[in-house]
Ligand binder design. Sequence first.
Ligand code: FAD
Length: 302
Amino acid sequence: MFNKMIAGILPYFPKKLVWIFSKRYIAGETIEDAIRVSKELNAQGIKVTIDILGEFIKDLSEAERNKVEYLELIDTIQKENIDGNYSLKPTSFGLLIDKEVSYNHIREIVAKAASYGNFIRVDMEDSPCTDMEIELFRRLKAEFPDNVGLVFQAYLKRTLSDLQNLMDIHSDEHPNNYRLCKGIYVEPAEIAYKKYEEINQHFLEDLEFLLKNGNYVGIATHDKPIIEGAYKLIEKYNVPKDKYEFQMLYGVTPELRKSIIEKGHTMRVYVPFGKEWFGYSTRRLKENPKMASHIIKALFYR
Ligand code: FAD
């Protein structure tokens, strides 16, 4: 109850307070911070996917700025020889303002990544974006079959059917490339599973569908039962190492992460950075409200 209340008022917390918690989950505000953290992770045998924070813009001039930032990021990361790719959120490029403008910006970013043989992961946002983000993926994959992938959320009731429908653009030569996660937004019960057990069960069902049909999957979770379930599926379908990877968020469950790497699986960590860390952080805090009460305690017990 107390945790829920804290989660509700989080967006109104002073920024300085939220930063105490956030610094664990965010590389920093600058590209240099992202490079430093990425190199540290690469040195531990971990790949990265780098995300510039920012979403739900109000003005298309912000979309143009965000595109330029991504294009610069891609050139810099290439020069720095970092083992990583990129994640982006379509609403940062105006998806909800002008779909075509956002498509053109994201297309330019994918083209830049493709010119280096690299890859852009389109994050999945909340349910008003789902259809548009699937359509975006279809269009981009038609032009860049190996350089773009999408995220699916196991909590959405529609996910398995979306994955089945997308098999029409999957081939052995150019497999569909997904990240599968539980989903982080608050969605209505009509369209989303709410219970932990239900979400986990559907996560593993979706994962089984993807693995047995030759899709590439980034298994994005910190949840041990799902990781154990994934190990079983990988064994059951004898999935080769180049058809999946595990993914985790920067700063979350590093011990579990280590145990996955020690078993010889590929691991990629999501490294967010940028000035817009506040929205990202309050979402993480809402997801894990226990952390919020820890912050309050840290404030009073210092
Ligand atoms: P949970 O059941 O939430 O957590 C399992 C355990 O992990 C918890 O008990 C706790 O020990 C630990 N844990 C989880 N989160 C935290 C935390 N913040 N701090 C500390 N411990 C924690 N969601 C989207 O909707 N769209 C996306 O595009 C997207 N991309 C993602 C990319 C990556 C690489 C990852 C790992 C997640 C992404 N997510 C995305 C978020 C995801 O949907 C979940 O909300 C998040 O990963 C928590 O779910 P979980 O599977 O770890 O399981």
